[in-house]
Design a protein. Structure first.
Ligand code: DOR
Ligand code: ZN
Length: 345
């Protein structure tokens, strides 16, 4: 038996949803994680500070009494977002970041930004006040192949934006390509990237070989193997610009297993076990804490969590459910396709 003690991790990109789904999933995150950046793509989205305050209250109400988990709230950027409201949200301590979804890029993103020019007043204010922009880095242009959308976004949207507003802090969320990793590595400041658990484990074959497997479908979609290897190298390097954002995104099974299935993979419950496996495979267990517990808080200007968790590796594989039951319906849990020997004690 091996053990590993690390500072309590945080999740810098999480979908908790609302209502019965929220109640069904929040405990899977709060069991292991101290904080999480909560995505605002509800229906309707979280667009104002008042929306974020009421969503935070619903999250707290869904948590068990005494649970110390802290949701870090974000605003969904629209072409009508009010810079003064964003600044007030940051000053009050409620708002940790603003999220850019290019319109149509993913689940509930139709209200996102079509014309970046219209968002410039808010982005300029954010650069002034040091509030980070979290980006879903994919173009939505129909002509661009889905496997190229991240690379084209960097070239046509992200890089021009960063040249125009070099003081804006940008988190490139769920990086899935070598181009994304190289872009982050090439930048000297104000750019960092989150990486999901599942993109360290699957490539696009998982979705398409031997039958179509909807539970491995997410956005940005998993890419070729050499991209996965670039993500692994970045995550396990210890480089402070890379940290965990699980993008755990629950959908009930009927909405995944159908003619037009939703994008999203549910990993909250087994993320730490999967990550310990990946870091051990890469001979980098000593870098796990930087990725899950140190680099993220440093980037967001927060202290690392004071308390610790212990991961234990046993000979017999750890057991976790294939599905969780929520009040909204069953949600399939990410299957890494290898036995998980590590578990959080
Ligand atoms: O796979 C995804 N699911 N990617 C996203 O960007 C959104 C998320 C969701 O909300 O379901
Ligand atoms: Zn997401």
């Amino acid at each position: 038996m091996k053990t590993l003690s690390i500072r309590r991790p945080d999740d810098w990109h999480l979908h908790l949803r609302d209502g019965a789904m929220l109640e069904g999933v929040v405990g899977d995150t709060s069991r292991h994680f101290g904080r999480a950046i909560i995505m605002p793509n509800l229906v309707p989205p979280v667009v104002t500070t008042a929306d974020a305050a009421s969503y935070r209250d619903r999250i707290r109400a869904a948590m068990s009494p005494g649970d110390a988990f802290k949701p870090l709230m974000t605003l969904y950027l629209t072409e009508h977002t009010d810079p003064a409201d964003v600044e007030a949200g940051q000053r009050s301590g409620l708002i940790t970041a603003v999220k850019l979804y290019p319109a149509g890029a993913t689940t509930n993103s139709h209200g996102g930004v079509r014309d970046m020019e219209k968002a410039m007043p808010v982005l300029e204010r954010m650069a002034d006040i040091g509030l980070p922009l979290c980006v879903h880095g994919e173009v939505t242009t129909p002509e661009v192949d889905i496997f190229d959308r991240e690379a084209v976004f960097i070239e046509t949207v992200l890089d021009p934006l960063r040249r125009r507003l070099p003081e804006l802090k940008v988190t490139m969320e769920h990086v899935t390509t070598k181009e994304g990793i190289d872009y982050i590595l090439s930048s000297k400041k104000n750019l960092a990237g989150s990486i999901t658990t599942h993109h360290l484990i699957i490539n696009r074959n998982a979705i398409l070989v031997g039958g179509i497997r909807p539970h491995y479908y997410c956005l940005p979609v998993a890419k070729r193997e050499h991209h996965r290897l670039a993500l692994r190298a970045a995550a396990t390097s210890g480089d402070a610009r890379f940290f965990l954002g699980t993008d755990s995104a629950p959908h009930v099974d009927p909405l995944k297993e159908c003619g037009c299935g939703c994008a999203g993979i549910y990993t909250s419950i087994n993320t730490m076990s999967c990550l310990a496996h990946v870091f051990e495979e890469e001979n980098a267990l000593e870098k796990l804490e930087a990725f899950t517990s140190l680099n993220g808080p440093a980037w967001y200007g927060l202290p690392a969590n004071e308390d610790r968790i212990t991961l234990v590796r046993r000979e017999e594989p750890a057991s976790y459910p294939a599905k969780i039951e929520t009040g909204a319906g069953p949600v399939t849990v990410f299957d890494p396709m290898f036995p998980l020997h590590w578990a959080v004690e």
